[in-house]
Design a protein around this ligand. Structure first.
Ligand SMILES: Nc1ncnc2c1ncn2[C@@H]1O[C@H](COP(=O)(O)OP(=O)(O)OP(=O)(O)O)[C@@H](O)[C@H]1O
Length: 916
C-alpha cells in the first residue's frame, strides 16, 4: 500500500470511508504511477491549507482525479466516475478499478505473459493488443449513454473476447464453469444488444417504409388492411431470416448457446439451424442409405455380370464343341448322301508377298467359310463367301491337312473305293499338298506318303484279323506292281514322278505338265469268316489349270497347257453333268475323267482339295476355281458302298465257275459229237426219232433228281469278242478304268467266274441266250437287284441272291424248254422295271442236250462311231441258255413266257413289264 494512503486510511476502513479517502486523487495517482511508472507525470502531493485552502484543495483534488482517470482510461483499464467517490456513489466501480490495477500490476510483475485476471474478470492476452497497452474490458458507466466510438470499439473487443473465449475455453480447455460473466460484461452486452436492436428497428422501420411506399407506387390503389398486414409479416419473416443468419455468426457457443439465447430471436435461430441440421442429417442419412442401396444393387449387378460372363464362357466353349459336332454331323450326312467332300487350302504368301493387305482372302472361318475380296471394288459386291467342308488357311501345316483325310484311308481297308484329288490353278500348291516339298523329311510329307504309310501300318495292325494284299499302280506307266511296304510305293512313285513331265512356266518354276495318278488296290480276306473285300485308293495330283497368256507358255508348253486345260474342261463337263443329275455323263471325253469315273460316279468316297493362290493378280482364277469347287461339292453320288463279299457268295461264285468249266467241257464234247454226227449223216445215218440233230440221244425229260450237264461259256469268247475300243484306248498307255480292269487283271484264270466284257450294243442278245421258260429263275428281286446300273461294285447281297437263284434254276432243272431259246436281258430303265425279252435266233448250240450259258453280271462298253455318242454304259445282264427238246416250236411262242412277265404295250416287241 502507498505510504500516503496508509496514513489516511485505517486498517479496516468502511467502503464509504475508503472512497472518501481517495477523493483527493493523491493515493490513486501514486498507485497508478507505481503500477505503471510515469503514467501521471505530475501529482499534486501537498495540499495547501489556507483561507483559500478549500478552493485550492478542490483544484488539487480535481487535477489529481482527472489525471488518474485519464491515465486509467488511456491504459484501457476499468475506470469509474468522480461521483462514485462521493457519498452515495457506486463504490463498487472504484473497488473494481483498484482491483483491476492490482491485477495488472501482478500480471506485469509476472512478466506480462499469458492471461491475467482482476477482480475475477479475465483479461485479454497481450497478443490481442498492442504491446505496452494491455487490453482490458473497459466498461465505464461514465461513458455517454449514446454509443460513441470508444464504446463501439469496446463492443468489438467484447465480440473478439467472446469468440476467443469460445475458442480457448469452450473448445479447448472446456473450463466452462470458470467463464466469468460479471455484471459489467452483461451490462455492456445488453447495452450493445439494445443499441443494435434499436438501430435495427430504425433501419427496419425505414426499410419497411420504403417497401410499403414501393408497393403503393406500383399499385395506386390503397392497401387493404389484410394486405398491409400480410406485407409486413412477409417482410418481418424475410428480415428475421437475415437477422438470424447474422446473429448466428456469433452464437457459436456450443451448449452455452442456451445461456446467451438473448442474442437470438424468440424463433430461435438455433432451432432453425437445428432443424436444418436435422434435415441435412436426415437427407444425408437418406443419401447414405441410397448410396448403400445403390452399392448393394451394383454389387448384385456385378455378381450377375460375373455369373453371366461365366455362363457365356461356358456357352462359347460348348458353342465351339457344338459347332465341331455339327461339322462332323454335316460331314456324315454329306457322306451318306455321297457328296464329294471339298477341302479348300489357301497357299501362304511367300517371299516378299508378306503384305496381307494385298491378299484376296479376307477371312477364313472355322466352319468352312472363306471370304474372297476384290480389292478394286467397294461395298457388298467386293466380297464373296464360299462354303466348303473345311477351309485351311495359309499357315496350316501338312499334318493338319492330313488329319481330316485320315479316316478315308481307313475306309479303303474296309473295302471302299476312295479317291483324293487335288485341283487348282497352276502354282497354287497341289503338288505341295499331295506330295510335299521334300520327300526325305517326314514332317513335310504330303497326303500321298502319309496315306500310304497309314495303309501299311493298318494292314500290319490288322494282320491277325484280315490278310491284305496290296498292289500299287502308277497310272502313267499303267503297271500293276505288288507292294509290300511304304518304301515299295515310294519307289513306285519316284518312278512315276520321273515319268511325269515337269517344266518351268512364268507362274511356277516346277510346274507339273501332266496329271499324276497313284492307285493302290487292296484285297483282303477275313481270317475267321472268310469274307473277302477289295478297296481301291486313287491319289490324283492334277496338272494346274492355267491362262496361257499369264503362264507365257509357248511351243511345247503351250501344247501341254492346251491338253491340260482340255482334260480339266472335260472334268468340268462331267462335274456339271453330275451336278445337274444328267442322264449322260461324258466320262469318255478325256482319260482323266475315265480314270476318275468310278470315283466321281461310283459308290466311292471322294475328296477334292481345292487350292487357291491369295495373290491379287490371281483373283479371277481364284473365283472360278472356287465356283468349280462349289459345283463339285453339290454333287451327290449316293452313299458309298463297301466291296465286301461274304464267304457264301464266294462259294457260289466258285460253284458257278466249276459249272462253267463243266459247261465248256460239255460244249467241247458236243462239238466233237456234232462233227461225228455230221460225218454219220453224211455217211447215210439218218436221225432216228429219239436221236437229236447232233446225234446225241435226246433225253425225254429231265430227271429231277439229277442235275443236267452244264456248260458255262464266257460271253467274251467266240465271235463277240471284238475289241470295241477306239485306237487310243488300245494304246499301251491306255488308262485302265479302275478298279474294274485292275480287278480283272488280278483275277486268276481259274477264278474267272465273273467277267466284264467290253463290247458294243450290237452284241446284245447274241451272246445272252437262255432256253425258255425259266419261271422260277427270275423274280422281281432279281430284277431289282440287277437294276442298279452303278451297283457293280456295291450290291453284294443282291449279287449273292442272284447267284442263288441261278443255281436253283440249274439245280432244279427247270430250264427244260430247249425249243425256245430266249435271251433275257435285264436293263436298268429309269422309271419302271422292264424286262426285255428277245427271241433269240435258234442257236447253233441248241440241241437236245440241255445247255446252259450263264453270264453274270456283265458290263458293256458301248461306243458308237460318232464321238458325241461316246458313253460308257454299264449293263447288268443275265444270260441263261438251255438246250431243250421242243426246238421245233416257234421261237416267239408267247404262251411259253411265264406269267410272271407280260409284254409292255409301250415298249417294243419283246419287252415285258414286271407286274408289281
Ligand atoms: N502350303 C504351302 N506352303 C509353302 N509353300 C507352298 C505351299 N503351297 C505351295 N507352295 C509353294 O508354291 C510353289 C508352287 O507349288 P506347287 O508346285 O505345289 O503348285 P502346283 O499347284 O502343283 O503347280 P502346277 O499345277 O503348276 O504343278 C512351290 O514352290 C511350293 O513349294
Amino acid at each position: 500500500m502507498d505510504h500516503g494512503a496508509a496514513e489516511v486510511l485505517s486498517t479496516e476502513p468502511s467502503e464509504e470511508h475508503f472512497c472518501l479517502s481517495l477523493r483527493n486523487g493523491l493515493i490513486l495517482c501514486n498507485v497508478l504511477n507505481k503500477v505503471n511508472p510515469g503514467a501521471i507525470p505530475k501529482v499534486v502531493e501537498i495540499p495547501i491549507i489556507d483561507t483559500e485552502g478549500a478552493a485550492q484543495t478542490a483544484i488539487q483534488y480535481f487535477e489529481n482525479m482527472r489525471n488518474f482517470l485519464v491515465a486509467v482510461a488511456r491504459m484501457k483499464l476499468l475506470t469509474f466516475e468522480v461521483s462514485d467517490l462521493e457519498k452515495g456513489g457506486s463504490s463498487g466501480k472504484v473497488v473494481d478499478c483498484i482491483l483491476c490495477l492490482k491485477g495488472y500490476y501482478e500480471w506485469r510483475q509476472s512478466g506480462g505473459a499469458g492471461v491475467w485476471k482482476y477482480g475475477g474478470t479475465v483479461r485479454i492476452t497481450s497478443t490481442s493488443f498492442p504491446k505496452g497497452s494491455p487490453s482490458s474490458l473497459i466498461g465505464s458507466e461514465s461513458a455517454d449513454e449514446s454509443l460513441d466510438e470508444s464504446e463501439s470499439s469496446q463492443f468489438e473487443e467484447l465480440l473478439e473476447y467472446l469468440l476467443l473465449s469460445n475458442e480457448t475455453y469452450l473448445t479447448e480447455t472446456n473450463e466452462l464453469d470458470d467463464f466469468p460473466m460479471n455484471s459489467m460484461v452483461i451490462d455492456i452486452v445488453l447495452r450493445k444488444a439494445v443499441k443494435d436492436l434499436s438501430s435495427l428497428l430504425i433501419s427496419h422501420g425505414n426499410q419497411l417504409g420504403v417497401f410499403l411506399k414501393n408497393m403503393l407506387k406500383g399499385n395506386c390503389k390503397p392497401l387493404l388492411k389484410h394486405e398491409f398486414l400480410q406485407a409486413i409479416s412477409n417482410y418481418i419473416e424475410q428480415r428475421s431470416g437475415l437477422v438470424s443468419n447474422e446473429l448466428s455468426k456469433f452464437c457459436i457457443c456450443g451448449n452455452k448457446g442456451k445461456d446467451i439465447s438473448y442474442l437470438t430471436d424468440k424463433t430461435s435461430v438455433l432451432d432453425v439451424q437445428q432443424k436444418q441440421l436435422e434435415e441435412l442429417k436426415a437427407s444425408f442419412h437418406l443419401t447414405k442409405l441410397e448410396v448403400q442401396q445403390a452399392h448393394l444393387i451394383w454389387e448384385q449387378e456385378l455378381k450377375k455380370i460375373a455369373h453371366h460372363t461365366k455362363d457365356l464362357e461356358v456357352a462359347s466353349s460348348s458353342y465351339h464343341k457344338v459347332l465341331e459336332e455339327n461339322r462332323q454331323l454335316y460331314n456324315q450326312v454329306q457322306d451318306l448322301k455321297g457328296a464329294i467332300r471339298v477341302y479348300c487350302r489357301v497357299k501362304p504368301f511367300v517371299h516378299d508377298q508378306s503384305d496381307e493387305q494385298h491378299s484376296t482372302v479376307d477371312y477364313v472361318g472355322e466352319n468352312g467359310n472363306i471370304m474372297i475380296v476384290n480389292r478394286q471394288k467397294q461395298g457388298k459386291e467386293a466380297r464373296k463367301m464360299f462354303t466348303f467342308n473345311k477351309v485351311f488357311g495359309g499357315n496350316t501345316n501338312q499334318e493338319q491337312i492330313y488329319l481330316d483325310t485320315q479316316p478315308l484311308i481307313r475306309s479303303v481297308l474296309d473295302g471302299y473305293n476312295v479317291c483324293i484329288f487335288a485341283y487348282g490353278q497352276t502354282g497354287s500348291g497341289k503338288t505341295y499338298t499331295m506330295s510335299g516339298p521334300d520327300m526325305t523329311t517326314e514332317d513335310t510329307w504330303g497326303v500321298n506318303y502319309r496315306a500310304l504309310r497309314d495303309l501299311f501300318e493298318l494292314t500290319e495292325a490288322r494282320m491277325d484279323v484280315i490278310k491284305y494284299e496290296l498292289n500299287g499302280l502308277n497310272v502313267p506307266d499303267a503297271s500293276l506292281v505288288s507292294v509290300k511296304c511304304t518304301q515299295d510305293v515310294l519307289h513306285l512313285m519316284r518312278i512315276g514322278h520321273r515319268n511325269r513331265a515337269v517344266g518351268s512356266t512364268a507362274l511356277n518354276e516346277r510346274s507339273s505338265r501332266s496329271h499324276s495318278v497313284v492307285t493302290v488296290h487292296i484285297r483282303g480276306k477275313e481270317v475267321v469268316s472268310g469274307c473277302s473285300l477289295k478297296g481301291c485308293l486313287h491319289l490324283v495330283d492334277l496338272a494346274g489349270s492355267e491362262r496361257v497368256d499369264k503362264s507365257e507358255a509357248v511351243g511345247e508348253r503351250l501344247k501341254e497347257a492346251q491338253h491340260i486345260n482340255r482334260s480339266l474342261s472335260a472334268l468340268g463337263d462331267v462335274i456339271s453333268a453330275l451336278a445337274q443329275k444328267s442322264t449322260h455323263i461324258p466320262y469318255r471325253n478325256s482319260k482323266l475323267t475315265q480314270v476318275l469315273q468310278d470315283s466321281l460316279g461310283g459308290h466311292a468316297k471322294t475328296l477334292m482339295f481345292v487350292h487357291i493362290n491369295p495373290e491379287i493378280n490371281a483373283f479371277g482364277e481364284t473365283i472360278s476355281t472356287l465356283k468349280f469347287a462349289e459345283r463339285v461339292a453339290s454333287i451327290e453320288l449316293g452313299a458309298a458302298k463297301s466291296n465286301k463279299e461274304t464267304a457264301q457268295l464266294r462259294e457260289m461264285k466258285e460253284e458257278i465257275s466249276n459249272l462253267k468249266l463243266m459247261l465248256e467241257k460239255k460244249e467241247a464234247e458236243l462239238q466233237q459229237l456234232t462233227s461225228g454226227n455230221n460225218n454219220n449223216t453224211r455217211g447215210g445215218g439218218g436221225g432216228g426219232g429219239g436221236i437229236s440233230p447232233v446225234g446225241m440221244p435226246r433225253p425225254r425229260c429231265i430227271d429231277d433228281n439229277k442235275l443236267p450237264t452244264f456248260e458255262v461259256r464266257s460271253c467274251s469268247s467266240g465271235k463277240q469278242r471284238r475289241p470295241r475300243l477306239p485306237s487310243k484306248f488300245t494304246d499301251k498307255d491306255y488308262i485302265p478304268k479302275m478298279p474294274l480292269l485292275a480287278e480283272e487283271r488280278s483275277q486268276s484264270p481259274s477264278a474267272t467266274t465273273i467277267r466284264r466284257s467290253i463290247s458294243t450294243d450290237r452284241d446284245r442278245g447274241a451272246n445272252m441266250k437262255m432256253q425258255y421258260p425259266m419261271r422260277a429263275s427270275i423274280n422281281r428281286s432279281l430284277a431289282v437287284a440287277t437294276e442298279n446300273r452303278r451297283g457293280r461294285n456295291g450290291n453284294q447281297e443282291q449279287e449273292e441272291e442272284q447267284c442263288k437263284q441261278m443255281l436253283n434254276v440249274v439245280r432244279e432243272g427247270k430250264i427244260n424248254n430247249p425249243k425256245n431259246q430266249v435271251a433275257v436281258k435285264i436293263n436298268k430303265l429309269s422309271c419302271d422295271t422292264t424286262f426285255e425279252l428277245e427271241e433269240a435266233q435258234k442257236s447253233e448250240l441248241s440241241s437236245e442236250n440241255e445247255n446252259v450259258q450263264i453270264h453274270i453280271p456283265m458290263k458293256k462298253l458301248q461306243r458308237s462311231s460318232s464321238r458325241s455318242h461316246h458313253h460308257m454304259e454299264v449293263r447288268e445282264s443275265l444270260l441263261i441258255t438251255t438246250g431243250g427238246r421242243n426246238e421245233n416250236k416257234p421261237s416267239n411262242n408267247n404262251t411259253s413266257i411265264p406269267k410272271l412277265f407280260r409284254r409292255s404295250r409301250s415298249t417294243p416287241r419283246g419287252k415285258f413289264m414286271l407286274p408289281p
